[in-house]
Write a protein that binds this ligand. Structure first.
Ligand code: SAM
Ligand code: CA
Length: 219
């Protein structure tokens, strides 16, 4: 089994995968199909899917908000983890890659839990806030990095107290440490970790799984 991290020693990643990763067969098939795409690295690895499922179970999550779907690995992992009355609101702009996601949601029998909104996420999130929807238990931010702070603020509004806000790729292949790297994505990812780290509205941990996962619990 291969897992995905360019931050950890590959041997450590391999050990984690061999010792503890349990991947649903449909997730494995989706991962293998996604691996054939040039952008395959955008998908989370199986060890992260397993961590997110464990977190969802720990907090008794039923309503999950996903910002950035791609071919559906993280949303499928979460749909399989949520109870039968679980609900996922998923945001993306790409019809083509989310068509792959829809196919796997159907195949795994979880499509009925997932409400995919094809529109810029900020527009969808503004709509949810205006409609005053029932709060979410958990949100996963994994779309355009330059807007990560906007999504974090929306998530803080839309997630219940005691719920979790996860931000992906906060180690950005190690680029966040490299002072010579100063592009907008890297700056936004550095800024969100330092902001969340000092944000009294949340408890926080930065976990070096895959490309770095920030976990914030709304107080
Ligand atoms: N969470 C997915 C997984 O683990 O398989 C990976 C998501 S991928 C890193 C980022 C996704 O964000 C892409 O599918 C892209 O189309 C989407 N995206 C980019 N800009 C967006 C925007 N403004 N609103 C919503 N989605 C956007
Ligand atoms: Ca990601």
């Amino acid at each position: 089994m291969t897992a995905k991290s360019s931050i950890l020693d590959p041997a450590i990643t391999e050990y984690i995968a061999d010792s503890t990763v349990r991947e649903h067969p449909t997730l494995r098939e989706l991962r293998e199909e996604t691996a054939r795409l040039s952008q395959w690295r955008m998908a989370i690895g199986p060890e992260q899917g397993q961590l997110m499922a464990l977190l969802a179970h720990t907090i008794g999550a039923r309503r999950y908000l996903e910002i950035g779907v791609f071919t559906g690995y993280s949303s499928l992992a979460m749909a399989l983890a949520l109870p039968s009355d679980g609900y996922i609101l998923a945001c993306d702009v790409n019809e083509e890659t989310t068509a792959v996601a829809r196919r796997y949601w159907e195949y795994a029998g979880v499509a009925g839990k997932i409400d995919l909104r094809i529109a810029p996420a900020a527009q969808t999130l503004e709509g949810l806030r205006r409609e005053n929807v029932e709060p979410f238990d958990m949100a996963f931010i994994d779309a355009d990095k330059v807007n990560v702070d906007t999504y974090y603020e929306y998530a803080l509004d839309l997630v219940r107290s005691g719920g979790l806000i996860l931000v992906d790729n906060v180690l950005w292949d190690g680029a966040v440490l490299d002072e010579s790297v100063d592009d907008a994505d890297t700056r936004a990812l550095r800024a969100i970790s330092f902001k969340a780290g000092r944000d009294n509205r949340v408890e926080v941990a930065l976990v070096p799984v895959c490309d770095g996962l920030l976990i914030a619990r709304k107080k």
